[in-house]
Design a binder for this molecule. Structure first.
Ligand SMILES: C[S@@+](CC[C@H](N)C(=O)[O-])C[C@H]1O[C@@H](n2cnc3c(N)ncnc32)[C@H](O)[C@@H]1O
Length: 276
């Protein structure tokens, strides 16, 4: 069991991976905001870090076409097993972590992206150094990350439910994510040698059928690092209060919740071109 100080990669299960694959369409649509500004073209070689079950990588493989190539890595074997069902001539998946890209050549990729992954990574500095190394000169990076000043509405309401259920002493968080504010992010990018940093905070609307759909999605996207320091009866208590609080978010189509992601982009300098 993890506590709020540790993000564990050991708690994923085949069931959570399947449930992520079913509901991951939300993340896929948000991911497209990441892909557009990368301006991918036919023939590009692209690395998807933290590819999950591979839906976005499959879309990107379509963009770069048969002359291009997409590689997706993720530390969770259960997710990679599903992603590998999507493999094709220009799309490959393997188990791997952002902090260690040593199995890739220096300057191998035209673009690297991380969709809803960076806030899970403990060693962000090392990750960006690795990304910088595997990018070609002039290669592009895009990622999105939770912003500490704008937590998702689900997190706020769950935090409130945890407190109202009487567990304030254990912290009002369902799980820990390692969000980074704009200034820190800019510095991390610059320290890794990436240039032309730009970012924007987006508000994204997610629609859920009911409370259980919200909880199921949260658990699957946190690969088990979710309410995991509470017993089943404590979780049940939190769930009842959470369901009440969610009523404030009801619209005719279901429950509408906003989440906020900062989208950040940069590139590796190209000494052979003027201006960098
Ligand atoms: C919310 S999912 C996003 C999956 C996928 N990018 C998508 O768009 O559907 C977060 C992913 O981050 C991955 N992850 C967590 N820690 C990681 C690390 N250190 N290196 C690479 N991926 C990591 C998880 O395994 C998980 O698949």
């Amino acid at each position: 069991m993890s506590d709020l100080g540790v993000i564990s990669l050991e708690q994923d299960t085949p069931e959570l991976a399947r449930s992520y694959e079913q509901a991951g369409i939300l993340q896929f649509h948000h991911g497209k905001f990441l892909i557009g500004p990368l301006a991918l073209k036919a023939g590009d070689r692209v690395l998807d870090v933290g590819a999950g079950t591979g839906r976005l990588a499959e879309f990107v493989a379509g963009l770069v076409g048969p002359e291009g190539h997409v590689v997706g890595i993720d530390p969770l074997e259960n997710r990679i097993a599903i992603a590998q069902l999507r493999q094709s001539d220009n799309l490959r998946f393997s188990v791997g972590r952002a902090e260690d890209l040593s199995h890739f050549e220096t300057g191998e990729f035209d673009a690297v992206y991380l969709n809803s992954v960076f806030h899970w990574i403990e060693d962000k500095r090392r990750t960006l150094q690795e990304v910088h190394r595997v990018l070609k000169p002039g290669g592009r990076l895009g990622l999105n990350i939770q912003d500490p000043s704008k937590p998702h509405q689900t997190r706020i309401l769950l935090g409130e439910a945890i407190v109202q259920a009487g567990f304030a002493d254990r912290g009002g968080e369902a799980h820990r994510v390692l969000g980074t504010d704009e200034d820190e992010l800019r510095i991390l990018f610059a320290d890794a040698g990436l240039i032309e940093y730009r970012s924007n905070l987006r508000s994204l609307s997610d629609l859920y059928e009911d409370t259980d759909a919200v909880l199921k999605w949260s658990e699957a996207s946190a690969f088990g690092n979710f309410l995991d320091r509470f017993s089943q009866s404590e979780r049940d208590r939190i769930r009842v209060i959470f369901a009440d609080l969610l009523e404030a978010k009801r619209v005719p189509e279901g429950l509408r919740l906003e989440r906020y992601l900062r989208f950040a982009f940069a590139r590796k300098p190209d000494p052979s071109s003027t201006g960098s």
